[in-house]
Design a protein around this ligand. Structure first.
Ligand code: IVH
Length: 683
């Protein structure tokens, strides 16, 4: 935008300051940003430009005059940072890397090229760890750069943060106090797992891994922080004099030698000249989805530490580093409708139906708005143009509404008070944000439960997707899920366009499902508060559905991972008059329902082994690999850790491979995995 006079510029600057202050508050205090970092950077950049063009409009309390926003969190004490934790200057377009280089050379009155150290820009939270005589004595968040929050108790629960470090890599004079700075973050896989579990429990979801990490790190109860696996990468070291290290790469090597985890993908390292740094940027920009963590750019830092001293810092950022930011993965599209869907447990979920749009290489036409509160706080309306983003690079999400494009006559979406399918008045369970349709006989719930019963995480009946399920229901061929086991060939042949061949196949898959594993059955029957994970736990503790149905509340709640609420739901499920027929079918054996025991006898070929998968396997899907491993008593987790036994490597492995190699964890290809599962290889 171009401003002709100062008063116009002043007005615009005031508007921008208000906006920026609001977003600072949402980001730093509420951990609930409404706009992307890229959108924030644009606002900030516009304000800087305006103030540069019209210096008279600058104010002392303009966001450009400070480093960040003031931290406020109750129950947590403040920590002053010395020196302050600065921000980084940004290159919003990679070509600006070359502007950084020429500016730097001009400042140094030098020519030619410099060496740079590149490292992904982690999208988590900056933290400072103070080691006194090698022992961790204080951990704090960045806060506003000057003052952060004490998070020592929580940091102690993060496995990547050592309680003590080796001092030999550092000059003796500084052993007394060493300040390590780095990023606390949550891996994408962990974020997805956490949100899945929260969705199951009806809790509000985290918008992205960074918010999840912030929410977990700032918990007052360190036990909760521990449960949410957070990770840490070191990226800096503050000593009174760092010049003895000569180069940033040497400093990073010392950090690693001391026992601090540092990033070690091919994107971290020393390069000669900005052209080479730009190549690293192009490489990581292309591969960003494959990284196990969220990155929002590449930090390019001058290697020579003696130049750091000459270049110094502004009040905002060091002059020896620049963060080249990725193009936002967001895309704009129009909301065509907002539908309220009814889940199998009756949850009413608003979903935005949009004009199809490409986001990070995937076509998106629907996005969940999660619940009434999220919908209201984002204020998404039919007809709005919205910005779509893929959280953790996976789940499409509406990030914000483009207010400038909103039609004048648009009205806020009115969340229905009744179930949109059966009309029953919706209710809210205590302590939950989600509205429910309480009618267990609601046709939408019956259909959703049947789809789930046959679905991938349940009995996995091939050929029985949503379309065939609705046919079966509308033709009255099925009323309760176990009716599937009563279907005859003649019934299926009545389904239009199914054909004899498919009907036979479908009957075969249904037949196979009679002996599906026990955890699949437990998950399939839609017990409130029981999802995949709980089902798997339960399946290791009971011999069959009958034993589960006879368990007392006390017995259930004494199991690991099963709380009182879950125990009550299970107990009531098997006794509810509404489920009498269904439970009868499951337990009386007449339909041939005989779940296979999951917990393999202790001689399962993968018994007790922990696997991590990376990359695409050539012939089997990840889900299949996972269920085969579990069938043999093994477990699969999302990230490489100390106790990982094997990394299974497919095509295009992510940085899990480097991680496993650096920890000396053995790897297997698909063939090796299958051999191991078949018991052909010694473990
Ligand atoms: S700083 C001057 N490196 O960016 C030494 N910061 O630091 C250069 N950030 O909010 C290294 N990843 O949390 C550096 N690899 C990285 C980073 C990084 C993320 C964040 C940090 C802070 C901001 C400024």
């Amino acid at each position: 935008m171009l401003f002709r006079d100062e008063s116009e510029a002043r007005k615009q600057a005031e508007k921008l300051r208000k906006e920026i202050n609001k977003h600072d508050r949402l980001y730093f205090q509420e951990n609930n940003p409404e706009i992307s970092d890229a959108a924030y950077d644009r606002l900030f950049r516009e304000l800087v430009d305006l103030e540069t063009e019209f210096p008279a409009i600058k104010t002392p309390n303009s966001p450009t005059a400070r480093v960040g926003a003031k931290p406020v969190a109750q129950g947590i004490s403040e920590v002053r940072h010395d020196p302050p934790m600065l921000s980084l200057d940004k290159a919003l377009d990679p070509s600006e890397l070359f502007d950084f280089e020429s500016k730097t050379l001009r400042f140094l009155r030098s020519e030619g090229q410099l060496d740079y150290f590149t490292m992904p820009k982690f999208d988590g939270l900056a933290a400072e760890l103070v080691y006194v005589n090698g022992k961790l004595s204080l951990a704090s968040t960045r806060g506003d750069g000057e003052v952060g929050e004490d998070i020592t108790a929580n940091a102690l629960t993060i496995a990547d943060i050592p309680k003590s470090i080796k001092l030999s890599p550092f000059p003796k004079a500084f052993h007394g106090e060493i300040k390590v700075r780095g990023e606390v973050y949550m891996e994408k896989a962990e974020f997805l797992k956490l949100n899945e579990a929260r969705e199951e429990k009806g809790l509000p979801l985290f918008a992205n891994p960074r918010n999840a990490a912030a929410g977990s790190l700032k918990r007052l109860d360190p036990k909760i922080t521990k449960r949410r696996e957070l990770r840490f990468f070191g990226y800096g070291l503050w000593l009174p004099d760092i010049s003895s290290f000569k180069g940033y790469s040497k400093l990073m090597a010392a950090l690693s030698e001391a026992g601090i985890r540092v990033e070690s993908s091919t994107f971290t390292g020393l390069v000669k000249g900005m052209e080479a740094a730009k190549e690293v940027f192009d490489g990581i920009a292309e591969k960003r989805e494959e990284l196990p963590f969220e990155a929002d750019g590449l930090v390019v830092t001058v290697e020579d530490l003696s130049l750091w001293l000459r270049l110094g810092s502004t009040s905002h950022a060091p002059r020896y580093a620049v963060a080249a930011k990725f193009k936002p993965m967001g895309a704009q599209t129009k909301v065509l409708a907002i539908e309220v869907q009814v889940g199998r447990m009756g949850a009413l979920t608003p979903v935005a139906v949009m004009s199809p749009v490409q986001v990070g290489g995937v076509t998106v036409s629907q996005a969940s708005l999660h619940n009434e509160y999220e919908l209201r706080s984002k204020d998404v309306r039919v007809g709005d143009v919205v910005v779509i983003h893929r959280a953790g690079d996976v789940i499409p999400q509406i990030e914000s509404v483009v207010l400038e494009k909103r039609k004048k006559d648009s009205v806020p979406f009115e969340f229905p008070k009744n179930c949109p399918v059966c009309g029953t008045e919706a209710v809210r369970h205590q302590g939950e944000v989600i509205l429910h349709c309480p009618n267990k006989n609601c046709p939408a719930q019956i259909e959703a439960r049947l789809i789930h019963f046959a679905g991938k995480d349940a009995l996995d009946i091939m050929g029985l997707g949503p379309a065939n399920v609705s046919q079966l229901l509308s033709m009255d061929l099925v009323r309760i899920p176990t009716d599937l086991f009563r279907l005859k060939s003649a019934d299926l042949l009545r389904i239009p366009r199914l054909g004899e061949k498919n009907a036979t196949k479908l009957l075969e898959s249904i037949d196979k499902a009679r002996t599906a594993s026990l955890w699949r059955y437990i998950n399939a029957i839609s017990i409130t508060n029981v999802g995949t994970r709980t089902s798997q736990t339960l399946a290791t503790q009971f011999k069959g559905l009958k034993e589960l149905s006879e368990a007392s509340k006390k017995e259930l709640s004494s199991l690991n991972d099963v709380g009182q609420k879950v125990a009550d739901s299970i107990y009531e499920f098997f006794r509810s008059p509404l489920n009498r027929e269904f439970v009868g079918d499951l337990l009386d054996g007449k339909l041939g329902i005989a779940p296979t025991l999951d917990e393999p006898p202790a001689n399962g070929t993968a018994y007790g082994l922990r696997f991590v998968l990376t990359g695409k396997l050539p012939t089997i899907s990840r889900a299949e690999a996972k269920s085969r491993i579990m069938a043999q008593g093994g477990s699969v987790s999302g990230s490489v850790a100390k106790d990982t036994d094997y990394l299974v490597v497919g095509e295009k492995p992510g940085s899990k491979l480097t991680e496993a190699q650096s920890r000396g964890i053995p790897t297997l290809d698909e063939e090796g995995l299958l051999r191991l599962l078949e018991g052909k290889d010694k473990q």
